[in-house]
Design a protein around this ligand. Structure first.
Ligand SMILES: Cc1cc2nc3c(=O)[nH]c(=O)nc-3n(C[C@H](O)[C@H](O)[C@H](O)COP(=O)(O)OP(=O)(O)OC[C@H]3O[C@@H](n4cnc5c(N)ncnc54)[C@H](O)[C@@H]3O)c2cc1C
Length: 596
């Protein structure tokens, strides 16, 4: 397998040139104090070294070795403990954390690049900093000052790790029916009892303590989602002076054998009257957990992207090396027995698809991260409001579209290897296996699509979509005379089509068609995703087309060529998606359950 290299040049392009972070960060006083382009660049450089040189080399062996469970203890694969310590020593667990409690306070736009590198190097390991960061976000927003002071500094330091405990054997998507219960103790804490399944890094040997964020219900809580509360339940109890005390009644019953991310422990967690503390208000647990889940959902999109980038790099190296057949335009390397397969149009097709999807995915996840940063750091109320709407609208698309496209990309990457893509040695089969989970956890991609179509679109009469479309139209108007001109008409048509399709689905849903949202949702999300990638490509072209820097001409011309490929060869899929959405759900719902 080719050595994974963090795509630093492209990350710098997206941050500095497309989204002009220097100006953006300087415009928000709280960020201006913490970060500038130079600091960000140094962080990227260092993170790139860690990802490429320290983490990526662990990936394959860790997948083969997996985690081991014995008597409730989980042993991680060779090198994971040292890697965890390295991240902890460097302060990486607190990269985006609140400086008041020891975090580094870096913007999500920068953290997103770090996450992509780590996930590209090793998805199984990457889940650990990702879950820890998500748990910290939830505590920072919702926990009491006392809980924050007690737990956040050690979590940002990586001394303690975070885990997210929602799922139960009978309750995955439908968390309203969870059975884990929390009963009040006299001292203000709670006794938490129940079983959670599929808990990523619920138990391991990399940190001194594991801080579980657990969803549970009080005995007299209202039925359904409105009765769910969130509790902080440490594996080891923490004394008032911050030192570790007795073991809590938390245990890992077993770990799962699974298709991919084999080096991460997916745990059954038992809480037997474990001591826990309420986070946020009683019965508001789902709202608190959503803070974490929204953060994680963007993280899962980035996770798919990182692995897809690794697949692309590997496929390009192989395509330049593997000799088979001659180029259709005549031998390119007559001195050799055959030409490298990169000469073949079909191999080019696969590599270009990977490249076009990855580069757009990187821009799109960074764009969503930009709105997360604005919603958190801006002092301008109107801008903050718009940012909140954009975060709500784009989060399910980042999660589901990027991960769907990342799996597609990784399958192309595997296909480039022919039979060798199916063989363990080359690493492509592991990437396909690993990426698959990103479509499932943190809410399946079907559920993300329902969220986009239902809560984020139909419920507000399409307001957020109109806001988004208005921004794209303003961009087209401003740039149509430059390099973007070539793409402006197509983008304009796509946006108009998205608006029409949105209006049609809203009308159908409001007209009493109960299945309208569910039937249209996934195709609508994909339509939305393609239009968003087209917008990202136009923004990248606007920068690349204006370049006069002769030293880097290849980089910029490749951008414009890849944009052209995306518009000509991938974007037309929106025509089929439009027809699929508008076809409605009658044929989907007509058979009785017995007819299946
Ligand atoms: C490796 C791994 C790691 C995980 N890590 C964690 C973790 O750290 N913490 C945690 O709490 N959980 C974790 N999960 C659980 C994961 O988030 C759930 O598996 C996922 O949300 C789906 O729930 P489920 O498996 O119960 O499927 P179900 O909810 O049973 O869904 C089955 C199918 O029905 C569909 N469906 C369900 N309801 C609807 C609906 N209303 N409309 C349309 N379709 C619907 C789903 O989309 C899906 O296709 C993990 C799972 C795995 C496999």
């Amino acid at each position: 397998m080719a050595e994974f290299q963090a795509p630093l040049r492209d990350m710098r392009f997206v941050l500095n040139e497309v989204f002009k972070v220097s100006e953006l960060w300087a415009s928000m006083p709280r960020l201006a104090e913490t970060v500038d382009a130079e600091t960000a660049d140094a962080i990227l450089e260092e993170a790139g070294k860690i990802a490429s040189a320290s983490l990526a080399p662990l990936n394959r062996e860790a997948d083969e070795q997996g985690c081991e469970w014995q008597d409730g203890q989980v042993t991680t694969p060779h090198g994971f403990k040292e890697m965890y310590q390295l991240l902890s020593d460097g302060g990486w667990f607190g990269l985006g954390g609140n400086p008041e409690f020891g975090g580094m306070g870096m913007p999500k736009m920068l953290v997103a690049q770090f996450e992509e590198m780590i996930q590209g190097a090793c998805m199984s390991f990457g889940l650990s900093p990702m879950l820890n960061a998500g748990a910290c976000v939830s505590l920072d927003y919702h926990a009491s000052q006392a809980l924050k002071e007690k737990y956040l500094p050690n979590m940002y330091a990586g001394t303690w790790a975070g885990a997210m405990d929602l799922t139960e054997p009978h309750a995955g998507t439908d968390l309203g029916i969870i059975r884990t219960k929390a009963e009040p103790n006299d001292d203000g804490s709670y006794r938490v009892t129940g079983t959670k399944i599929f808990i990523t890094w619920g138990e391991h040997d990399m940190a001194e303590n594991i801080i579980h964020l657990v969803l549970a219900k009080l005995p007299d809580a209202p039925a359904g989602p409105k009765g769910i509360s969130l509790f902080l339940v440490p594996k080891v109890l923490v004394n008032d002076d911050g030192s570790l005390g007795d073991a809590n009644h938390v245990s890992c019953g077993s770990i799962e054998k699974k298709m991919g991310i084999k080096a991460s422990a997916t745990c059954v967690m038992n809480f037997d009257g474990a001591k826990g503390w309420l986070v946020g208000e009683l019965n508001q647990g789902l709202a608190c957990m959503f803070t974490m889940m929204n953060y994680e959902r963007v993280g899962v999109g980035i996770q798919g992207l990182g692995a897809s980038e690794a697949s692309y790099q590997n496929a390009v190296a192989y395509a330049k090396d593997r000799l088979q057949s001659r180029s259709p335009s005549g031998a390119q390397q007559p001195e050799k027995a055959a030409d490298p397969i990169i000469v073949h149009p079909d191999v080019r097709r696969m590599l270009m698809i990977q490249r076009a999807l990855n580069e757009a995915g990187r821009a799109f996840s960074t764009y969503a991260a930009m709105w997360l940063d604005i919603s958190k750091y801006s002092d301008d109320e109107a801008q903050k409001n718009k940012a909140g709407n954009m975060v709500a609208l784009l989060t399910p698309v980042v999660k589901a579209f990027i991960t769907d496209k990342s799996l597609e990309s990784a399958i192309h990457g595997q296909q480039v290897f022919g039979g060798h893509g199916f063989i363990r040695e080359w690493g492509q089969e592991q990437l396909v296996r690993d990426i698959r989970i990103t479509q499932i956890y943190e809410g399946t991609n079907g559920i993300q699509a329902m969220d986009l179509m239902g809560r984020k679109t139909v419920m507000n009469g399409g307001e957020y979509v109109r806001e988004y479309i208005a921004e794209i139209e303003a961009f087209i108007a401003q740039h149509k005379d430059g390099a973007v001109g070539e793409f402006a008409m197509a983008l304009s048509d796509q946006v108009a089509n998205l608006q029409q399709v949105t209006d049609a689905v809203i009308a159908r849903a409001k007209g009493g068609d109960k299945a309208a949202v569910g039937a249209a949702a996934v195709d609508y999300l994909h339509l939305f995703g393609f239009v968003s990638y087209a917008y990202m490509w136009a923004r990248m072209v606007a920068v690349a087309g204006a370049q006069t820097n002769a030293a880097d001409t290849d980089f910029y011309t490749a951008k414009i060529t890849t944009a052209r490929f995306f518009y000509q060869r991938l974007l037309p899929q929106t025509r089929a998606l439009t027809e699929q959405v508008l076809a409605g759900g009658d044929s989907m719902m007509a058979l009785s359950a017995d007819q299946f």
